[in-house]
Structure formats: C-alpha cells, structure tokens
Design a protein around this ligand. Structure first.
Ligand code: FAD
Length: 473
C-alpha cells in the first residue's frame, strides 16, 4: 500500500524544509522529498538546498576567510599590528567551508527527527490523482498526499556558447570550490552572486574583471548606494564594466578568452577562470506538472497568488520556484505561511518588508522602496542620509565607509525604505525591517534610544535627518 501523508513537500531547501517542520509542528503527518542534487560522500541526498550546499552559507564562509586575509594584509598595520608573511591556504579555506556545510545539512536531518518529519530520498514528480489525493512518484515509490508544497528551487542560468564545466568556466557550484586563487578571473554578471564571488577571489590576490550587460551598476539597488558601491569596489581593485555585450567565449590552453563589446568598442578578456552568474531559473522540469494540470507563468515559474496557492486545489509553491526575490529568508517565510494556511491559520508573508543584502565589503542592505521607485511612483518623500564617518564606533573600528539613508513619506512620516552601505549593514537592516513591519515612522525610530557607541546610532541619526534634526552630522 502507498504511503500517505497530509502534507508532502517537494524539495529540501530553506522553503521546503522549513515549511515541512512548521507543518509537522501544526500536527500534520508530513514528508519532505529531496532528490540527490547535492549528495554527501555516501550518496545520501543532502538537505538544505542551494542555500546550505552551494549558496548562502558556503559563500559567506569563504567571504569571511578572505576578509580576514585582507584585514591581516591591509588593515592590521594601522592598529600597529605587524603581520608579515601572511599566507592563505585555499584548500584549508575551502575545507572549512565544506565542514560547515556538512554540519548544517546534517543538522536538518536532526531537525526532521525532532519534529517528526519523514525524509524521503528521491526525485519527486506528479503522477496524477486518486480521489482528492495527489499521487506523487518519489524515486520508484508512489506516495499519496492531501496537500503538496512545491519547493524545488532554482538552478543557475547558463548562456548559449559558454559551456560550464565547473573547472574553468564555473557557475556558483564551481566558484565555491577553486583549488587555488586564480591569477585572472572573469565574472559575467554583476549581480549579488557575481559581486560576492568576485570579492572573495579579489581579496586573495586575483585580478578580477566583472562584465555586466545592464547599462547601470546594480539596477536593483537604490542608485545612490549603487554609485557609492561602484566607487568603493573600484578602489578595492574590482574592474567593473557595465553595458557590455558578450561575444564569443573560447576555452584555450591557458584558460578562457571572452570577446565582448563595451561603449569603446570590441575588447578581449584573457582569464584563467570564468564565473558565469547571470541569474537563476526555476526548477520545474522533471516535476511532471502536466499530469495534474499545474500552471506555469511565462517565466517558467509555478504560478501562485499572494498566498502561494497554485491553480490546483491543495497544491502550493514557495521559494525560488515562484515569483519574487530569490532569497532564502523569503522562501522560508513562504514555507511557514503555507503550513499555517493549510492549518486554517492566518499565515502571512509581507512582501514589502523582505530585506535584501549583498555581502561584499562594505555590505549593502536594504528594505522597502528605493528613491528611484518613489520618484517613478510620484510619492513625495523626505530622505535622511548620514555617513558612518559621523560614528565614533565606525572610526574606532577603522571602517567608516558608506552611509545610511532613511526614506520617509513626506505626508505621513511612515518609513518607506531604508538603504545601508557599510560595515554590518546586514545586521543593521533588521531594525529597519522591524520598524517597517510595525508601520513605523521616522519619528518612531528617532525616539528610540540606541546604545552608544554602536553603528546603529547612524540608523538613528538618519531617521532624525529625515526632519533635518540629526545631532551628530
Ligand atoms: P533551493 O534552496 O534551491 O532548494 C530546492 C531543493 O529542491 C534542492 O535541494 C533540490 O535538490 C530539490 N529538488 C528540486 N527538484 C526536486 C524534485 N523534483 N524532487 C525532489 N527534490 C527536488 N539567499 C539569501 O537569502 N542570502 C544569501 O546570502 C544568499 N546567497 C546565495 C549565494 C549563492 C552563491 C547562491 C547561488 C544563492 C544564494 N542565495 C542567497 C539564494 C538562496 O540560496 C535561494 O534563494 C534559496 O536557496 C531558495 O530556497 P528554495 O527552498 O526555494 O530552493
């Protein structure tokens, strides 16, 4: 007899595994099926999806190691610390990253056990219906489920004529596993992943060139922040060109040659390795959605409404496989929302307060609307912008680049967006998210006592600056 579940989650990434845990906590007999996209050395599918295996966590582990190396080489001296002969052993750095991945992915198996989620190993695809129940093939087995949550995530987009082998031409998977810092690295795509991976290897001494097709740098960010970022990254040595048209890419004995055109005409980039980071595509092939009539949109994503309901009763979809930003925390929020909605609760996900972060140095973080969006929508706003140079803590840290910008509604004072470029921006943005989630005004933030001396005082000052009453700038 087929196994039967109240809730079957397809995919064990941050959307799927978190949704499965929440569904089980709410009393549902829940299973989570994971194919072996990422497998441990024994061939057992690793949970955690892109995020834990080849995304958020491993990239941040490498970013931290490379940051320490750069600090030892360039920042220690100003503190009077001499650190001569600092060297980096890339296999040790990558090995540390792998240990963290193993620890965390194994940890999810433990969480499943604790929360009584049944882990199913195998690729899952729809096989029709039996009454009200969905028939899903998991590996060779047929499983029945009342509710199905599709959380199959995304995979890297590759470009025609640029064969990714993850040795010389890499996507995010190969880019996290270099054996040594290449002498010259090309990066196609100045999105979040391209900038983070480019930063890791630049810090380790690689000559990094980033080629971006869009005419503007970081069009997804507030352009004030993007301009500052371009200035700082260029000063650090990242060579960034926008408005590029990529031509022929050839693998040579020495590495890779990228032919491209920019505003000055035809050019050639010779590099030892190339990272292709031009976006990600939803994982829907192999789901056999046609067997049940699952609707996809024109971008190939599973079509959902604001509650992550698909066109089929009791079939839901969350995370990278649906519309919206491809972010782990957005995927998890949606997973929890869906589990709670299945339980008849008022599950919700506020898509207006999902923070975005780029883990470069300095970090970039934002929530809500950019200035260009507010202008385009004709919304009158009052900006409050204060640089980290005004912070004693930032100066003490020896790291005072960047600024905080708060955008408040000119009529109501409600905060509409907060944009930060600076050390610890990824942590500082949380305060802005909480304030916006509670529909707070710049006055609310301005009236909250912030510990001294902390970087968060600049968030406070930027809120005060919305009404031109900052105290330290
Ligand atoms: P995924 O994590 O992609 O998981 C989907 C899972 O489903 C996979 O394990 C896959 O094997 C499995 N699967 C697919 N099809 C099937 C099937 N038919 N049957 C069974 N299993 C299936 N986001 C952030 O928020 N912060 C970051 O710092 C960040 N850094 C990133 C860095 C890099 C280099 C990359 C590539 C991504 C990064 N992201 C980051 C994005 C983040 O990883 C994704 O948004 C997140 O993993 C999406 O979660 P998900 O659960 O929707 O899908």
């Amino acid at each position: 007899m087929s196994k039967q579940f109240d809730v079957l989650v397809i995919g064990g990434g941050p959307g799927g595994y978190v949704g499965a845990i929440r569904a089980s906590q709410l009393g549902f007999n829940t299973a989570c099926a994971e194919s072996a996209a990422y497998a441990d050395p024994k061939g057992e599918p690793r949970l955690g999806g892109t995020c834990l295996n080849v995304g958020c966590i491993p990239s941040k582990a490498l970013l931290r190691s490379s940051e320490l190396y750069e600090e030892a080489n360039h920042s220690f001296a100003m503190h009077g610390i001499s650190a001569k002969g600092v060297a980096i052993d890339v296999p040790t750095m990558v090995g540390r990253k792998n240990t963290i991945v193993t620890q965390l992915t194994g940890g999810i198996r433990g969480l499943f056990k604790k929360n009584k989620v049944t882990g199913l190993n195998g690729h899952a695809s729809f096989a029709g219906k039996e009454g009200d129940l969905y028939k899903v093939k998991v590996g060779e087995e047929i499983v029945l489920a009342k509710h199905v949550i599709i959380a199959t995530g995304s995979k890297p987009r590759h470009l025609d004529g640029i064969p990714v082998d993850n040795k010389v031409i890499c996507d995010n998977v190969g880019a996290l596993d270099f054996e040594a810092a290449p002498k010259r690295l090309g990066v196609i795509g100045a999105g979040v992943i391209g900038l983070e991976m480019g930063s890791v290897w630049r810090r380790l001494g690689t000559d990094v060139t980033v080629l971006e097709a869009a005419p503007d740098f970081m069009p997804f960010a507030d352009q004030d922040i993007a301009k500052e970022a371009l200035k700082l990254f260029t000063k650090q040595g990242l060579k960034i060109t926008t408005g590029v048209k990529i031509g022929k890419v050839s693998v040579t004995k020495k590495g890779v040659t990228v032919e491209y055109e920019d505003k000055d005409g035809a050019k050639k980039l010779e590099c030892d390795k190339l990272i292709v980071s031009v976006g990600r595509i939803p994982n829907t092939d192999g789901l056999n959605g046609d067997a049940v009539g699952l609707k996809l949109n024109e971008r190939g994503q599973v079509e959902v409404n604001g509650h992550c309901q698909t066109n089929l009763p009791n079939v839901w979809a969350v995370g990278d496989v649906v519309r919206g930003p491809m972010l782990a925390h957005k995927a998890s929020e949606e997973g929890v929302m869906v589990a709670e909605l299945i339980a008849g609760q008022a599950g919700h996900c506020n898509f207006d307060t999902i923070p975005g972060v780029v883990y470069t140095h300095p970090e970039i973080a934002w929530v809500g609307k950019t200035e260009q969006q507010l202008k385009a929508e004709g919304i009158a706003y009052k900006p409050g912008k204060v640089p980290f140079m005004a912070s004693g803590r930032a100066l003490g840290n020896g790291d005072a680049s960047g600024f905080v910008k708060v955008l408040a509604c000119a009529k109501t004072d409600r905060i509409l967006g907060v944009h930060i470029i600076g050390n610890s921006a990824s942590e500082l943005i949380a305060e802005a998210v909480v304030t916006m989630e509670f529909a707070g005004a710049s006055e609310d933030l301005a009236r909250i006592c912030h510990a001294h001396p902390t970087l968060s005082e600049i968030v406070h000052e930027a809120a005060l600056a919305c009404d031109k009453r900052s105290l330290h700038f």
